[in-house]
Design a protein around this ligand. Sequence first.
Ligand SMILES: Nc1ncnc2c1ncn2[C@@H]1O[C@H](COP(=O)(O)OP(=O)(O)OP(=O)(O)O)[C@@H](O)[C@H]1O
Ligand SMILES: [Mg+2]
Length: 152
Amino acid sequence: MADIPDIFRAELALPDLAATAQLAGRIAPRLRAGDAVALWGDLGAGKTTLARDILRALGVTEDVPSPTFTLVQTYETAALTVAHYDLYRLKSSRELFELGFREALDDGAALVEWPERAPEYLPDGTLHLRLRIEDGGRAVKITGPSRWDGIA
Ligand SMILES: Nc1ncnc2c1ncn2[C@@H]1O[C@H](COP(=O)(O)OP(=O)(O)OP(=O)(O)O)[C@@H](O)[C@H]1O
Ligand SMILES: [Mg+2]
């Protein structure tokens, strides 16, 4: 049976872009190879913004486009390789396998927008960030293994 890790839970208001960037700045230094970060939320909830801020916090200076059409963009950072997925246009969960998701987690971390398109591919220890629009800003519910305690 799979090991069920202790669960960390938090809820946080992200009233402006600076708050999202600060959360990203706490997540980024804890990212390790094998980590998946699932970014849940409706259109415009702020998934790409948070993913981009995590990559910026890892030192990525190049353009970070939304991978809407390419489905994945990969970044070499000083600490680790990070694959940024947007599964909105995924045709089948099998396609994620073809996009090298397993290898991405062997080699580094993955940030995954629209994880509901292929939830069975998320590893047990996935950090889940559920974003929503609230009062003009955003709010986020976070769940994951207890090693993430302290990011919120
Ligand atoms: N914490 C925040 N406060 C205010 N605005 C925000 C915040 N986070 C993101 N936004 C704004 O929300 C808009 C949509 O953000 P983003 O593109 O990141 O959403 P998304 O969830 O990736 O959408 P999609 O599902 O279309 O990919 C952007 O204009 C962004 O600046
Ligand atoms: Mg997006």
